[in-house]
Design a protein around this ligand. Structure first.
Ligand code: ZN
Length: 249
């Protein structure tokens, strides 16, 4: 079978036996794929410094006839994002983006928009300065959109009102939208309080152009609420812990 090629971001690397590595990548043309890099542990030459988390590679791989595991033949380094490896906070943020794509996508389910969003977010973090959380929030909200899990933040799911005076709003992961304190006076365990400011910010993130992100200002309180919401949403829908969240400051 002929070799296939694709740009790819490394999502996960695991040792396999004495000499091989198993690499999970998110590729432009094939979505998430799992490949075996034969001899990657022993012979440093072929894959040196390439099979690292969140590196952007141009890969050549061979579909396997005998098992579901395909072989990684060659990898050329396009961008190792060195700045993200020198700073703990940036490293954790970049790891989180990769872990989200790892858990939220299925194998061989390609999505060019998601691939480009991931590369854009890694590049953004590389240049981010202080806007790490904003990049994470933007990436996560847009990823949910692309994958068809857009939370409904337009108003309370029952009365359709948003911003009624004296009314509190909570996000229900179970119903994938907002409920207000008039319609549901008793908060459920999994629901998360959200201020109107945070709801409006998240709605703008859902709809704004990628290039205009820097116009958005997230207060500390809105950042905390948005991050808590996304983390809870992950936990509810994936039914597992996304580990990088717990390392984020
Ligand atoms: Zn309501």
């Amino acid at each position: 079978m002929s070799l296939q090629q694709s740009p790819a971001i490394v999502l996960q690397v695991k040792d396999h036996g004495d000499s091989d590595k198993i690499v999970t990548l998110y590729t432009l043309e094939h979505g998430k794929i799992v490949l075996i890099a034969k001899g990657a542990k022993r012979s440093k030459k072929r894959f040196v410094n390439k099979l690292e988390l969140f590196s952007l590679l141009a890969i050549h791989f061979a579909p396997s006839r005998h098992s579901s595991l395909m072989r990684l033949d060659q990898a050329d380094l396009l961008n190792s994002f060195p700045r993200l490896r020198e700073n703990y906070e940036l490293y954790i943020a970049a790891s989180l983006l990769c872990e989200l794509v790892l858990h939220w996508t299925r194998e061989h389910d390609s999505d060019e928009e998601l691939f480009r969003l991931l590369v854009w977010a890694l590049e953004g973090l590389s240049m981010a300065g202080g806007a790490v959380n904003r990049t994470i929030i933007f990436f996560h909200v847009r990823m949910l959109d692309i994958l068809g899990y857009r939370p409904d933040l337009t108003g309370c799911l029952d009365c359709r009102v948003l911003g009624a005076p004296g009314v509190l709003y909570r996000f229900s992961p179970l119903r994938n939208g907002l409920v207000c304190s008039r319609c549901e006076p008793q908060a459920t365990v999994s629901s998360q309080p959200l201020s109107i400011q945070t709801i409006q910010l998240l709605r703008r993130v859902q709809d704004m152009e990628q290039g205009k992100l820097e116009r958005l200002h997230f207060s500390l309180a809105a950042t905390r609420e948005a991050i808590a919401l996304l983390r809870r949403y992950d936990h509810h829908l994936l039914q597992r812990e996304v580990q990088s969240w717990s390392f984020l400051g």
